[in-house]
Design a protein around this ligand. Structure first.
Ligand code: MN
Length: 409
């Protein structure tokens, strides 16, 4: 029996305001073909299905089209769990209907961890594996907040809450474990020591709140993780893997090899392999003086199926207003004349000028390098506000309302 583990689809994501729907459609075509050619029985998706809580109808359409396209395949069961980007109610709303096409949705945690336990049967109806489909655990699922509590105490109790959740699931699946049936634990969380990239929007998980993989209870045969966008293995016994996002969600992921993980279960053993996802477009960073950048841009060869996206970072030694004008014209002209390449992010800096905006004081970053939540978090940092989960979740809701009204079709 084969399970395909993927996560962090982020359908509806925009990169520097550029739509990715075409890439997502191509990914889902590829995924459906992979399900067929690899004879996948179960598809397990570990959170962050959508990029925002209330996605546009065109985004929902991509999701439902994909799920229904699996009906004609050998995939007998799809398990969808919610991530920190997902709204529990958006994911859960079609749950009852999706059941009829063998899609199980666990949008958020409830008081009953047993609801997350899904038995996977083989063709003969025998239980071949068990998936503990743990969604993103929100602070309210994990602990009661205590007035006057320190930041460290709060993080410690979040960690304990996470581990306790998995402990309950391990206890609840003891019978299966004792009969040699592999139990797979899903999760949408940060595991200590894992490598993060720029596109992960931290809601409450600062690095300190990460749980060490060795602290998890025993009894699981594999940890199927989501949350981090870089595919990586974070534990070996039992194997613990982040499948990573199928698309490069930020320029910091431009060299990442995107993949899905395949678990092959036979005789109670799990063999883990992975399959590379084709890059439908490349993300390219170009740095240098304007002349150097022009030369590098001219030497690019169109190789991708879709237009490649470019992050152009030009630095000139001496401040020159005329050059600023030439630069803007160049970027505009380049984008008008090119079908295969598009500059989606660009910056012109002068070495003799200190940047005025606070974001770039020491890092060389400008406001456009940050997403809205990161800017809000910087404000909280600046104001020394540590009780931030409610504020950030309120800010996210507002942001999602803005995003979901921005684009309607
Ligand atoms: Mn994510």
């Amino acid at each position: 029996m084969k399970i395909l583990h993927t996560s962090d689809w982020h359908i509806g994501q925009r990169l520097h305001n550029n739509d990715r729907e075409e890439e997502h459609r191509m990914f889902f075509d590829w995924l459906k073909q992979t399900v067929i050619t690899q004879n996948i029985d179960v598809l397990l998706v570990c959170g962050d299905i959508f990029d925002i809580g209330f996605p546009a109808n065109s985004v929902l359409k991509i999701y439902y089209s994909f799920l229904t396209s699996l009906i004609a395949t050998n995939c007998r069961q799809v398990i969808i769990t919610g991530g920190n980007h997902d709204s529990v109610s958006t994911l859960d709303a079609p749950k009852e209907i999706l059941k009829f096409i063998n899609v199980t949705v666990i949008g958020g945690a409830t008081d009953d961890p047993a609801a997350e336990i899904i038995e996977i049967r083989d063709e003969t109806g025998k239980t071949a594996a068990v998936v503990c489909a743990v969604p993103y655990l929100r602070e309210k699922n994990l602990r009661k907040s205590i007035a006057g509590e320190s930041f460290d105490d709060r993080e410690r109790s979040i960690r304990e809450g996470i581990l306790n959740h998995y402990l309950q699931l391990s206890d609840l699946t003891k019978t299966h474990q004792n009969s040699g049936i592999p139990v797979i634990a899903a999760g949408h969380l940060y595991v200590q020591g894992a490598v993060i990239s720029e596109s992960e929007r931290g809601i409450y998980v600062g690095n300190q709140a990460g749980v060490s993989i060795s602290a998890f209870p025993t009894g699981f045969g594999y940890f199927a993780l989501g949350h981090l966008h870089r595919a990586q293995q974070v534990g070996s016994s039992p194997p613990a893997h982040y499948s990573g996002s199928p698309l490069m969600l930020s320029f910091s992921e431009k060299h990442d090899k995107k993949r899905v993980n395949i678990l092959e279960i036979s005789d109670g053993k799990i063999l883990v392999t992975d399959i590379k996802i084709p890059a439908f477009r490349k993300l390219i960073s170009i740095k240098g003086s304007l002349a150097e950048a022009k030369e590098k841009l001219a030497s690019l060869n169109p190789e991708s199926q879709l237009c490649d996206w470019i992050d152009l970072d030009v630095e000139e030694p001496v401040h020159d207003p005329l050059l600023m004008r030439l630069y803007d014209d160049f970027v505009e002209d380049f984008n008008t004349k090119n079908d295969h390449f598009k500059i989606v992010k660009n910056m012109l800096r002068f070495a003799d000028r200190k940047q005025l905006d606070t974001f770039s004081a020491d890092s060389g970053l400008t406001l456009s390098d940050f997403n809205e939540v990161e800017v809000f978090e910087k404000l909280l940092d600046q104001e020394g506000i540590f009780e931030r989960e409610d504020l950030i979740s309120c800010f996210n809701q507002l942001l999602q309302m803005v995003h979901s009204t921005e684009k309607q079709d």
